[in-house]
Design a protein around this ligand. Structure first.
Ligand code: ADP
Ligand code: 5GP
Length: 186
């Protein structure tokens, strides 16, 4: 029987975290992706409760003060956080609960949930990261510039994580992630 576990996936914006997680969720029913709360506006096609819970800043602060978030951080001018209840429930049900979060949140998890497995996704090159960020075509130039600036700081911290995985060829990356996620639990 699989024990529930917490998996943290971090990496610069545009590196392909969302793409990887979507493929993993399709392949493995024991994975559960935690849906975060954010004060960012929805991008085209994003669905409330599926991609994020979109909330006002006031509501976000209330949730922080009520202790409803496992971790939270400000990223590129918006707040993001992980609702604690569904994470606890998923782990109790024996799921592999995946958090797709930025660096500051991952550092909080290291301190509050040290048994979590923390994985950092790296781009094959800086140019490729910029290309992917632009190819998504959903962020303004200003937002892209802020994300690239932040990406430098995040990549510098990759060594803090338990595993570093380079997202070059998608299929190969998925296989490397699977080998980390599905190690037999002793
Ligand atoms: P993130 O969630 O990390 O911000 P996304 O999953 O939105 O990144 O991916 C950003 C862009 O890069 C998307 O256009 C996606 O299709 C593309 N992408 C993701 N992984 C790869 C890969 N291995 N090779 C080429 N393009 C990729
Ligand atoms: P985006 O605006 O592109 O959806 O997300 C921006 C960044 O916020 C990404 O690095 C993403 O992983 C991160 N993020 C999403 N949800 C959370 C969360 O709940 N907590 C933290 N700390 N970061 C998050």
């Amino acid at each position: 029987m699989t024990n529930g576990r917490l998996i943290v996936l971090t990496g610069p914006s545009g590196v392909g975290k969302g793409t990887l997680v979507r493929s993993l969720l399709q392949r493995h029913s024991q994975l559960y992706l935690s849906v975060s709360v954010t004060t960012r506006s929805p991008r085209e096609g994003e669905i409330e409760g599926k991609h994020y819970y979109f909330v006002s800043r006031t509501k976000f602060v209330q949730m922080v003060e009520a202790g409803e978030l496992l971790e939270w951080a400000e990223f590129a001018g918006n707040f993001y956080g992980t609702p604690i209840e569904s994470v606890k429930q998923g782990i109790q049900e024996g799921k592999l609960v995946v958090l797709e979060i930025e660096l500051e949140g991952a550092r909080q998890i290291r301190d509050t949930f040290p048994e979590a497995v923390r994985i950092f996704i790296l781009p094959p090159s800086w140019d490729e990261l910029e290309r992917r960020l632009r190819s998504r075509g959903q962020d303004s130039e200003d937002a892209i510039a802020r994300r690239l600036q932040r990406a430098k700081e995040e990549i510098d911290a990759a060594g803090e994580f338990d595993f570093q995985v380079i997202n070059d060829d998608l299929q190969g990356t998925l296989e490397r992630l699977e080998s980390v996620l599905f190690v037999p639990v002793s």
